[in-house]
Design a protein around this ligand. Structure first.
Ligand code: FAD
Ligand code: SIN
Length: 525
């Protein structure tokens, strides 16, 4: 079946839904999500959303903090754009009914996180993302121009390639006409034609064996764009959150928000000794790349699987009030955070790189925009400042709508796109071929392409991955399409690009640290 929408939105996190809400004033919108509307990285965000909201703080300070964290690799124009547009986007979220905590004077109760020189993180208790996601979903109910497709998996974006016109390089002008989409309930593959498409598929946690991301985060959007010859950049900058709760087997790993360190918690070795001052004058509140590497080094030096986070020095009632979900979750595991140290270890959390977009959120592929974690705007550079990603997503979703509506009237559906061709395919005989390959990708990436890398590790990762790539492409070409085989193909593509970009970077910068080139080069590469 072919469906037609002015705007096709792939992803239902903050980027996708906020785009849809605004675009629906100008045409018909479809939102696709591969499970349910509420299952996204956005829903899991804890700490909050960064924005200058009072006079003691300033745009200049937020800009400087972002540039410092980004380690000389940010696009300064983009940083200025996001920081200065943040307050109006926050205002809009509030108008949409999303609530941020306030103090007794009715002012926003602001948290502080690593790398921030001031308190500027708006939050809703310690589950800000859930409040935002639910608020956006409530708002969707009021919009008749938006159709929602849950359990619909985007397989590929449609380009000239599907008309038999092969494009070998992005400079040849690729155009996006929509996507092939698998309805996971019926197993039918539909053609969604669009005038404009927004890629908003979020993160890549599925590539690593431990991650704070939910299962939907398998880098699908980036892999689709890469296959369609779109430009993808900075993939070596994978962010590991320093403090995920150490509880082997949990997937996703439960996050212990950085805001708890802003509140006064300190890191200690397994023997109870503070160590962060050895690595950075900012101690436990240094930017997260530094803290994650310090923890990794302490764990490796002492042969420990975790370090401790200690918040027992703070008033217990206040701790429970600020971090009720963390308190409750830890208690389920027998840890009373007001009395006990919390075992934590670094875990994959965020990707700074992705689909390259300009200041209008336009990708290198015509009629295709990208926003949120799957995009690379230039805001984060080599290391994202805490709580800068929700704000980036909403600022760029807004930019995408503003640009798209200038062109939409001139665009037509491409009616020449053929239906999906599944001739000669059959159901894979054994699911274990897919599940085991998935585990192997995760292991390769966690073992060789983690916080500390080296030439030898990256080379080994690439040669192991090549075997999985060949086996999987072979399986994909003869299999009936399923979400599982597509995700496997996508995580292999993402792993490949991360390794390729990591090999190309002959220096250590931000989140990319390699033992063979431990210094940062003067020039930005
Ligand atoms: P997401 O919210 O991840 O949404 C992705 C959507 O894409 C989902 O709906 C999914 O179903 C859909 N999708 C994916 N692939 C397909 C496909 N093939 N077909 C159809 N649909 C697809 N950032 C902050 O700024 N502050 C924080 O405090 C913070 N805390 C965090 C805590 C945790 C535990 C995590 C995991 C992240 C946190 N982040 C935080 C990061 C932030 O939450 C994410 O970067 C941001 O929410 C991403 O939003 P998004 O709209 O780009 O994607
Ligand atoms: C956290 O709450 O520590 C996560 C914040 C972020 O990822 O920006």
């Amino acid at each position: 079946m072919t469906r037609r929408f002015d705007f096709l939105v792939i992803g239902s996190g903050i980027a996708g839904i906020s785009f849809a809400l605004k675009a629906s004033k100008y045409g018909k919108v479809a939102i696709l999500c591969k499970t349910t509307l509420g299952e996204s990285n956005t829903s899991y965000a804890q700490g909050g959303i960064a924005s200058v909201t009072n006079e003691q703080d300033s745009f200049e300070k937020h800009i400087q903090d972002t540039l410092i964290a980004g380690d000389g690799h940010c696009n300064e124009e983009v940083v200025k754009k996001v920081v200065t547009e943040a307050p109006s986007q926050i205002k809009e979220l509030v108008e949409w009914g999303i609530e941020f905590d306030k103090d007794e004077n009715g002012q926003f109760d602001l948290h502080r996180e690593g790398g921030h020189s001031d308190h500027r993180i708006l939050h809703h208790k310690d589950n800000t993302g859930f409040e935002i996601q639910q608020g956006l979903i409530r708002r969707l109910e009021k919009e008749p121009n938006i159709e929602i497709f849950e359990h619909h998996f985007a397989i590929e974006i449609l380009t000239q390639h599907h008309l038999g016109k092969y494009v070998t390089h992005h400079t040849q002008g690729v155009e996006c006409y929509g996507a092939y989409v698998l309805d996971q309930h019926t197993n039918n593959i539909h053609t969604f034609l669009s005038k404009v498409t927004l890629m908003a598929t979020g993160g890549i946690g599925g590539v690593y064996s431990t991650t704070t991301n939910p299962d939907v985060a398998t880098g699908d959007g980036i892999a689709m764009v890469y296959r369609a010859r779109g430009i993808v950049k900075d993939m070596e900058f994978v962010q590991f959150h320093p403090t995920a709760l150490y509880h082997p087997g949990d997937r996703p790993s439960f996050l212990i928000t950085e805001a708890i360190r802003g509140y006064g918690a300190v890191l200690r070795t397994k023997k109870g000794k503070e160590f962060m001052h050895k690595y950075d004058v900012r101690g436990s509140l240094a930017p997260r790349d530094i803290v994650a590497r310090a923890i990794d080094n302490e764990m490796k030096t002492h042969g420990h699987d975790f370090v401790y986070l200690d918040v027992t020095n703070k008033d217990p009632e206040e701790t429970k009030l600020h971090f009720p979900n963390i308190y409750k979750k830890c208690l389920e595991y027998g840890i009373d955070i007001t009395k006990d140290y919390i075992p934590v270890s670094p875990t994959q959390h965020y990707l700074c790189g992705g689909i390259v977009v300009d200041m209008n959120a336009k990708s290198s592929i015509d009629r295709l925009y990208a926003a949120g974690e799957c995009s690379c705007t230039g805001l984060h550079g080599a290391n994202r400042l805490a709580s800068n990603s929700l704000i980036e997503a909403i600022v760029y979703a807004d930019a995408a709508v503003k640009d798209a509506i200038k062109h939409i009237d001139k665009l037509e559906f491409n009616e020449s796109i053929p239906d999906w061709n599944d001739e000669g395919t059959s159901l894979p005989e054994e699911m274990v071929l897919i599940t085991q390959s998935f585990r192997e990708v995760e292991q390769i990436m966690s073992t060789y392409v983690g916080i500390v890398r080296s030439n030898l590790r990256l080379k080994r990762a690439m040669s192991r991955l090549e075997i999985l790539y060949r086996e999987t492409e072979n399986l994909f070409n003869k299999s009936v399409v399923s979400r599982e085989i597509c995700e496997l193909r996508n995580v292999i593509s993402i792993a490949y690009i991360i390794i390729k970009h990591a090999i190309a970077r002959k220096e250590s910068r931000g989140l990319h640290f390699t033992a063979d080139y431990p210094k940062r080069l003067g020039k930005d590469i």
